[in-house]
Ligand binder design. Sequence first.
Ligand code: NAG
Ligand code: CA
Length: 312
Amino acid sequence: MSCRGNPFPLPWLLRTRLVSRWACLGVGSSSSSHWELMGDAMITTDHVRLTPDMQSKQGAVWSRIPCHLRDWELQVHFKIHGQGKKNLNGDGLAVWYTKERMQTGPVFGNKDKFVGLGVFVDTYPNEEKHLERIFPYVLAMVGNGSLSYDHERDGRHTELGGCTAVVRNLNHETFIFIRYVRRRLTVMIDVDGQHEWRDCLDIPGVRLPQGYYFGASAVTGDLSDNHDLISMKLYQLTVIRSKEEEEEKEEEITIPSVDNLELLKEDPSEGRMSGIAIFFTVLFSLLGCIFLVVIGLAIYSHWNENSRKRFY
Ligand SMILES: *[C@@H]1O[C@H](CO)[C@@H](O)[C@H](O)[C@H]1NC(C)=O
Ligand SMILES: [Ca+2]
């Protein structure tokens, strides 16, 4: 664990301060704890077990204190393990930064139509058609109160991006890292036991209001797993900003949103269509060029003949 430092030190990041650290015995050990458990979540000496490896459980842990940081970093040390064979386990866990806390619902144990950020470690592929996607899959979603997470489709139509993260039943430690700086959302994972952060998603223009709550939740259904949190560490980031950026601060964000969302939504069928479109564009351009060359040659030879006639 010693080599894992800041995933990528940036020149304009002045300082990282640990704001809230919850490790091992921290949670729930005193009434002044910043964190509150709900549902089937249980605390042991070295982790919070959000759900045990049993059917139809859901549990969560939520910060009691709203977070008023502008730029922050959250490191989540977790462990997902159980008796089930591959793809006979579920359903996964979620890390939250949302307006509301301590709600129950269908989105990894939290309410649907949530307002804020959710980063999901989805361990069960509900949609079978998409064989190209290997599970467990990590993905991020920004909810604005009207967007719904589609559990049957593994949240595909609302995802901002994601990556495969084989995280179950491992002997080494597994981490998720979420950084929110200058409205840029970056998610990285360290799941290969290499003590290295791997890119998962990186999206600019993510507008998240301040004063939301951090939390984590997990759910099991017919299939189950132990969803354990070993620690969650929140860091305040101090960022050097230009004057213009400071002025931007004035326009306060009230509803979470993502700029240029349509650019992120690349439907694979649309992708194929545009591939065909590109093919035809290139084909017709080529045909056009050949046509022009042929015409050009015809005119040239005609002109040549004429000039030859003139000279002889
Ligand atoms: C939430 O986002 C969706 C999709 O971008 C949009 O259609 C809807 O109007 C938004 N709702 C609110 C309350 O902003
Ligand atoms: Ca799923």
